[in-house]
Design a binder for this molecule. Structure first.
Ligand code: FAD
Length: 417
């Protein structure tokens, strides 16, 4: 028996959602599994997902529809979803004592609204399956010989394992440990890396007044994207003002397209604060309301969130103390224009530092989609954000991690057994 046999059967590098799920599956049939994580704790990024509530998955149980949301590359996930799709993920957490609920847009959260509860389910399973945890241990390189990884180099020791699962994540939010080291090793071993780019990113806005709205969230609004006076894209839902610009689900989902447009010229956004009302209906409502003697500034909170009131006054130049029944037609028209199109100019997208996800990564052509096994390195499996697959907000990205981690873990042990 060689040195490898005496040590671990499976070594998982990276203790994020993909790595933890891979280690749980690989250890289920009794394999000796080690999970190596450079942070002192597992799941640092998982804890901040969904604003600390963890949007575990997307309640889209039709796999065809799910993959469509991932774009052209989504097809790759078909086999993994068929084995461990959103339905199975919900069942997994519920069976392990964590009830889940579905919110608007199919977003699945734990009923407790606490991401540490999601992490605890995974920690308990790792513990139950006797997975050895090496925490606070950074992998600094991989020794490869004859198309096989022979050992994993840590700062002060070497780990030997028959099978390696690489789940070191992407480059987004590097403060959580996802610094893109895995791309470097994969490339060195002969894998092609599709250029990693920040995706699902907040946008920096030129208009300085946005800073005054920082923290304001808007629900049920529509954002239209324009370039050269041509409407390019639109999204309906929730958004958020930040001290530098805008964020929130619809902005993040538009950010990829905006990032592609930016090199071609200026991009503007128009926020429709009343998308359910067309101009005529809105005008009728205002005409009705403006028969009263109420003062404009007291009426505004009926129309828009409090923080937007000052902005409306500033843009319409209607005196805040004016009585509604003395607002004239022209002023009403200005008000309608603002309500239907608050205009913002995009300065740029925030980079990896605040990106939710990395697009790009290990080329899918070089990975077996049924097993997640590398087609280049015999004893290497890949899982999670490190591969060239990403989706919109709404739980799609964690689902990619659960599915690929599950498949990688179970096929890694199948190879040994
Ligand atoms: C703010 C934020 C909110 C998000 N919210 C959601 C959400 O609600 N729903 C959703 O679906 N997605 C969400 N995402 C995306 C989701 O978190 C990621 O898709 C997911 O965490 C990727 O999992 P992973 O296991 O592939 O990698 P990661 O979670 O990045 O984990 C990789 C791990 O590998 C470790 N590692 C890296 N290099 C080494 C090394 N050399 N040695 C040892 N260990 C190493 C890292 O420390 C890290 O712990 C969010 C992302 C962010 C940033």
């Amino acid at each position: 028996m060689d040195k490898i046999e005496k040590e671990f059967e499976v070594a998982v590098i990276g203790g994020g959602p993909a790595g933890m799920m891979a280690a749980i599956k690989a250890s289920e049939k009794g394999s000796r599994v080690v999970l190596i994580e450079k942070n002192l704790n597992l799941g640092k990024k998982l804890l901040i997902t969904g604003g600390g509530r963890c949007n575990i998955t997307q309640a889209e149980f039709n796999n065809k529809k799910f993959v469509e949301k991932l774009g052209k590359k989504g097809q790759f996930l078909f086999s993994a979803l068929a084995v461990f799709g959103p339905k199975q993920v919900c069942e997994f957490f519920e069976k392990n004592g964590l009830p889940v609920k579905t919110e608007r847009g199919g977003r699945v959260f734990p009923v407790s609204d606490k991401s540490p509860d999601v992490l605890n389910v995974l920690l308990k399973r790792l513990n139950k399956n006797k997975v050895k945890l090496l925490l606070g241990q950074e992998v600094v390189g991989l020794n490869v010989k004859d198309g096989k990884i022979v050992s994993i180099k840590l700062k002060e020791k070497e780990i030997f394992a028959k099978i390696i699962i690489l789940a070191t994540g992407g480059k987004a939010y590097p403060g959580t440990g996802s610094t893109g080291q895995g791309y470097f090793w994969a490339e060195k071993m002969g894998h092609k890396i599709i250029k990693p780019l920040p995706s699902l990113v907040p946008l920096e806005i030129k208009e300085s007044w946005v800073a005054g709205l920082s923290g304001l969230g808007l629900k049920n609004v529509r954002v239209d994207v324009f370039q050269n006076n041509k409407k390019i894209d639109e999204k309906f839902g929730e958004m958020l003002f930040t001290h530098f610009g805008v964020s929130g689900p619809i902005i993040l989902d538009l950010s990829k397209r905006i990032g592609e447009l930016m090199p071609k010229g200026e991009v503007t956004l128009k926020i429709d604060l009343k998308p359910a009302l067309d101009i005529l209906t809105l005008d009728k409502r205002l005409q009705r309301d403006f028969q009263s003697k109420r003062i404009f500034k007291n009426y505004l909170p009926d129309l828009v969130p409090q923080k937007l009131g000052d902005l409306i006054v500033r843009f319409t130049k209607i005196s805040p103390d004016k009585k509604l029944n003395s607002i004239n037609k022209e002023e009403r028209k200005k008000l309608i224009n603002v309500l239907k199109a608050v205009e913002l100019t995009v300065r740029g997208a925030i980079g990896f530092g605040q990106a939710i996800i990395t697009s790009g990564g290990i080329d899918l052509q070089e990975i077996n989609s049924r097993t997640m096994r590398s087609k280049i390195i015999k004893n290497l499996f890949l899982a999670g954000e490190i591969i060239d697959l990403d989706g919109p907000t709404g739980g799609y990205n964690l689902q990619i991690c659960w599915s690929t981690g599950y498949i990688a873990g179970s096929n890694a042990t199948n190879l040994i057994m």
